[in-house]
Design a protein. Structure first.
Length: 301
C-alpha cells in the first residue's frame, strides 16, 4: 500500500513512528508537507500535486495537520477525498474538532459531559458571564489556542474581569469555563482508534501549574479508566467524526467531562507512558479500512 503522511516535519516523533510502523509492514510511505502541495480543482479529474508530480497512485492519507495550517491543510485533505483516496481523518472532522466552540456545542447536543461553559461578545455582560459558570475560580480560553497557550486561570472576580477585558481588547474569541478543582491539575488523555480506546494516560501538571500539557512540563503515567470514561471518549470521537483522536477528560465530582477532542494527537507521550505500539495500531486500522471512494463525508462540505 502507498501511504502519504501529511506532515511539515518528517523528524517529529509522531511522524517518524508512523513511517517506521508502516514500513515494518511492507508499505511504501512518503512524508509530504501539505503547504507545498498544489491542487487542480476540476469536476472530473481533481488532482493533488507535489514537486511536479501528481499523487494519483496513493491508497491512504494520514493527515497530521497542525493548528496553524488548518485552513490550507484541510483543503489538501479535502482534495484527496475528491479523488476517492482514503483519508484516516477526514477534512470535515478535522475542521470540526479545531473549532473549540463548535465542537463543544456538538458534544453538548449529544449529551456529553462538559465543564459549564460561557461565551459572549458584548462587554455589557461580563459579570453575568462569570456568574454563569459559577464564579471564580474559572478558566478563560482562547478559541485559537493550542498546547495550553492562551489558557488562563482567574482565581478572583477582579482577575477574571481583567483577563476577559484584555482578551476583548485584543478582539480575540474566547470561552469561559468552570474550574474543576477536584481534578487537581490532572487530566486523562484517551487515545481512540477506530471507535476503541487503545491506550490512556494521566497527565499531571507540574507544581503550581493547573495546565497538564506535556509541552508545559507535565508528567504522564499509564492509567486505568472507568467504563464511563471509556464510553465518553469513544462517543466524543464518534461525534466529531474522527477515526483517530485524542480525547482529553477531567475527573469531576459529577463524572468525566470532556475538555477537548484532538484530531492530530501526539504519539510520543502515550507510547512512552503506556509502552503500547500506538503507531502500529493506527497502521493496522488503515490496512483494514482503506478502500477507494469510502469517504463518509464526501460531498458534505
Amino acid at each position: 500500500m502507498k501511504i502519504v503522511i501529511l506532515s511539515r516535519k518528517r523528524e517529529l516523533y509522531s511522524t517518524r513512528r508512523l513511517v517506521e510502523a508502516a514500513e515494518e509492514r511492507g508499505h511504501v510511505v512518503r512524508v509530504i508537507n501539505p503547504l507545498r502541495c498544489y491542487m487542480n480543482i476540476t469536476a472530473h479529474n481533481p488532482r493533488v500535486c507535489y514537486k511536479g508530480e501528481c499523487l494519483d497512485d496513493v491508497q491512504a492519507v494520514i493527515p497530521r495537520i497542525g493548528a496553524s495550517i488548518t485552513f490550507y491543510g484541510t483543503a489538501v485533505v479535502r482534495q484527496f477525498e475528491m479523488m476517492g483516496i482514503y483519508c484516516l481523518n477526514e477534512s470535515v472532522a478535522i475542521t470540526r474538532s479545531r473549532d473549540k466552540l463548535r465542537s463543544l456545542q456538538l458534544l453538548a447536543r449529544k449529551g456529553i459531559g462538559l465543564p459549564v461553559t460561557g461565551f459572549a461578545n458584548s462587554t455589557m455582560y461580563t459579570d453575568d458571564l462569570i456568574e454563569l459558570v459559577g464564579g471564580p475560580p474559572l478558566v478563560v480560553k482562547l478559541l485559537e489556542g493550542t498546547q495550553g497557550v492562551g489558557v488562563v486561570l482567574a482565581e478572583t472576580q477582579q482577575a477574571a474581569e481583567s483577563v476577559i477585558d484584555a482578551f476583548r481588547g485584543l478582539k480575540a474569541n474566547f470561552i469561559v469555563q468552570e474550574y474543576i478543582q477536584e481534578a487537581r491539575g490532572a487530566d486523562i488523555r484517551c487515545f481512540v482508534v477506530g471507535g476503541k480506546v487503545v491506550a490512556s494516560m494521566k497527565r499531571q501538571g507540574k507544581e503550581g501549574e493547573f495546565r497538564s500539557n506535556l509541552h508545559r512540563g507535565g508528567k504522564a503515567t499509564s492509567v486505568r479508566i472507568t467504563p464511563e470514561e471509556r464510553s465518553t471518549a469513544v462517543r466524543a470521537a464518534r461525534i466529531m467524526g474522527l477515526s483517530v483522536a485524542g480525547v482529553d477528560l477531567l475527573r469531576s465530582n459529577h463524572g468525566p467531562v470532556v475538555m477537548e477532542v484532538n484530531s492530530s494527537p501526539g504519539i510520543e507521550g502515550i507510547e512512552h507512558a503506556t509502552g503500547k505500539d500506538i503507531a502500529g495500531t493506527i497502521i493496522e486500522y488503515i490496512e483494514k479500512n482503506a478502500r477507494p471512494n469510502c469517504t463518509a463525508t464526501r460531498g458534505k462540505g
